[in-house]
Design a protein around this ligand. Sequence first.
Ligand SMILES: [Zn+2]
Length: 60
Amino acid sequence: MLRPAFLAPVVDLLFPPRCPLCGATLAMHGGLCAACWANLEIRGAGLRAVPAPAGNNAGA
Ligand SMILES: [Zn+2]
């Protein structure tokens, strides 16, 4: 969502940034809380948490 920078404090006041997984309050939008990052690292061991960009597969 595109939003002007000067509106960010107002948006944060109306819609406080929260972790999309557990709902914990965050310092800024667009991330997970520390607990969820830790869970992702454990559950994602050996897996790629972030998909590789399209067209970047050397073997495919
Ligand atoms: Zn969380």
